[in-house]
Each structure stands twice: as structure tokens, then as C-alpha cells.
Design a protein around this ligand. Structure first.
Ligand code: 5BU
Length: 282
């Protein structure tokens, strides 16, 4: 994969064949943020309250909708309304992992009806290519232009088995589904795992495990800072407890926004030979 990480989001959005990616980069440029809030709250009220207060500072809101204890139509309606009001995308971190036939039902149906409201979903290739084929089919047959899949190419938890050949195959499978696979959840850009001859290939890199003040938790989570993630080729920084768990979440999200955006601007500027962009703060 040719590296696109030093190209501006505006240019990448304008040149990208997938309209959802165009919209994502447009939102990021307009709001000057590449923060994805991992809103791992467990009641509808808490989820919608944090989405409303932090919405102006984020590009994407990531949910684990199955941990919301009082999930119902008002949960989804609230998320859709706030996404429109504050202009962010919705990403359900469902981590689909089953056979194709089952994931189609999990994506479209059940009580969660994820396909109806989540712009972005993610899936693991553990079950083989059929899972991506099945989700791709649902995305394309669903008649909705703004849906995209991220492949879980790496994970941030200690001892993760999503490494090496697994990661390389994630990239190869992604290339076969350009209409629906928009990128990866990975800790770095994956250009070295499987080089491509297509210079315009542009997978978006979402990086979890981002935290300014902690190195990890007691259950195996491992963190890096916004700056190291951006230096490694990340495009969008996914942060949860570092933001919503802070004593002042609005203040915290602004710190992540500034750190992420400054690092992005530095990356693009240094490639263009211009070093006069903001200090390296985190
Ligand atoms: P945290 O509070 O910033 O640690 O939350 C991280 C979120 O990202 C949480 O929702 C996880 O389920 C999610 N996550 C992760 O931490 N690591 C990964 O490799 C992947 C997802 Br994929």
C-alpha cells in the first residue's frame, strides 16, 4: 500500500472513491478533529449526554450498543439526531466474527438493527474471507451509500494474536472489497505488511488504545499517545476512558482534539517541507 498519510485529509477525501470516506475527511477538516470518542457508557441517558456535550469536538462516535442496559428506539433515535446536530458519524464496534450467513442477520436484524443507523462497523477475518463478503453484500444491497467496514487487522490488548500473517491477510482481503471496506482498526499504518502497486490506494487507519495520561489498564489494554499514534500513520484516534472518564470530559476531549490535529498538521506540513506548525504536546 502506498502511504497516503502525508496527504491532507481534504485531498484524500476529494480523491477517495468511497463517498463515506469523503464525508469523514470533510467532517474532520471542517471541525479540525480526528478524535473518535469511544462512548462506552451503559445507559441511554449517559450515552446521549456525553454524545451531546462532546459532539462538537469529535469526528466519529463509537458505540458498544449491546452494553446499553436500557437500549431501545430512543437510544438509536437520540444518536441519529445528535450525529446530525453535531455532524459526526456513528461507528458500532460490534467486531463481527461469525460465518457470513450469521453476520448478515446480526448486522441487519435483531433488536439492534445496526445496519440502519451505524455508518461504520468492524469485522475480524478470523472466520475467513466469507465474513467480509457477506457484510460487503449487505452494504451494497442495502441501498445506503454511506456505510463502511473496517477490518480488525490488529488489536491493542496484550498478547493479541492479530499480528504478522493475520494482519497481512487482513490487508489482502480488504483490497478485494473496495466498495465497502474503507480501512482498518490497527495500531499503525499497514503499508509494510503487504505492499501494493496501486499508488492511489487509500485505507483509513483507525487506532484504538489512545490515552494521553495512562500506559494501560489492569486487564491487558495497552495505550499509546495521540502523537505516537499519528507518527505511526494513524488517521483517526479512538479514545474512551481517557476522555469520558476524566473529571472534565469537555476539557479532556479538547486536549485530544488539539494533540491529534496538531500531529496531523505537522505530519502533512513536514512532508511539504514546512516545519512551522504547532508544538509537539502529547
Ligand atoms: P479505552 O477506554 O480508551 O481503553 O477504550 C477503548 C475502546 O476501543 C473500547 O471500546 C474497546 O472495546 C475498543 N478497542 C480496543 O481497545 N482495542 C482494540 O484493539 C479494539 C477495540 Br479493535
Amino acid at each position: 500500500m502506498a502511504s497516503r498519510s502525508t496527504v491532507s485529509f481534504a485531498q484524500r477525501g476529494a480523491e477517495h472513491p468511497n463517498p463515506l470516506v469523503g464525508r469523514l475527511f470533510e467532517i474532520a477538516e471542517k471541525k479540525k478533529t480526528n478524535v473518535v470518542l469511544s462512548a462506552d457508557l451503559t445507559t441511554t441517558k449517559e450515552l446521549l449526554t456525553i454524545a451531546d456535550s462532546l459532539g462538537p469536538h469529535i469526528a466519529v462516535l463509537k458505540t458498544h450498543i449491546d452494553i446499553v442496559s436500557d437500549f431501545g428506539p430512543e437510544t438509536v433515535q437520540g444518536l441519529i439526531e445528535l450525529a446530525k446536530r453535531h455532524d459526526f458519524l456513528l461507528f458500532e464496534d460490534r467486531k463481527f466474527v461469525d460465518i457470513g450467513n450469521t453476520v448478515q442477520k446480526q448486522y441487519k436484524g435483531g433488536v439492534l438493527r445496526i445496519h440502519e443507523w451505524a455508518h461504520i462497523i468492524n469485522a475480524s477475518i478470523l472466520a475467513g474471507e466469507g465474513i467480509i463478503q457477506a457484510l460487503d453484500q449487505t452494504v451494497r444491497d442495502g441501498g445506503l451509500e454511506d456505510r463502511g467496514i473496517l477490518i480488525l487487522a490488529e488489536m491493542t490488548s496484550k498478547g493479541s494474536l492479530a499480528v504478522g500473517e493475520y494482519t497481512r491477510l487482513s490487508v489482502e482481503i480488504a483490497r478485494k472489497y473496495p466498495k465497502s471496506v474503507i480501512g482498518f482498526v490497527s495500531t499503525t499504518e499497514l503499508s509494510n505488511h503487504s505492499p501494493s502497486n496501486t499508488p492511489t490506494e487509500d485505507f483509513v487507519v483507525f487506532t484504538t488504545g489512545v490515552n494521553i495520561s495512562s500506559k494501560g489498564d489492569a486487564l491487558g489494554q495497552q495505550y499509546q499517545t495521540p502523537t505516537t499514534a499519528m507518527a505511526g500513520g494513524s488517521d483517526f484516534l479512538i479514545a474512551g476512558r481517557g476522555i469520558y472518564g476524566a473529571s472534565d470530559p469537555v476539557d479532556a476531549v479538547k486536549q485530544y482534539q488539539t494533540a491529534g490535529w496538531d500531529a496531523y498538521e505537522r505530519r502533512v506540513a513536514s512532508h511539504n517541507g514546512d516545519k512551522q506548525v504547532g508544538p509537539d504536546i502529547n
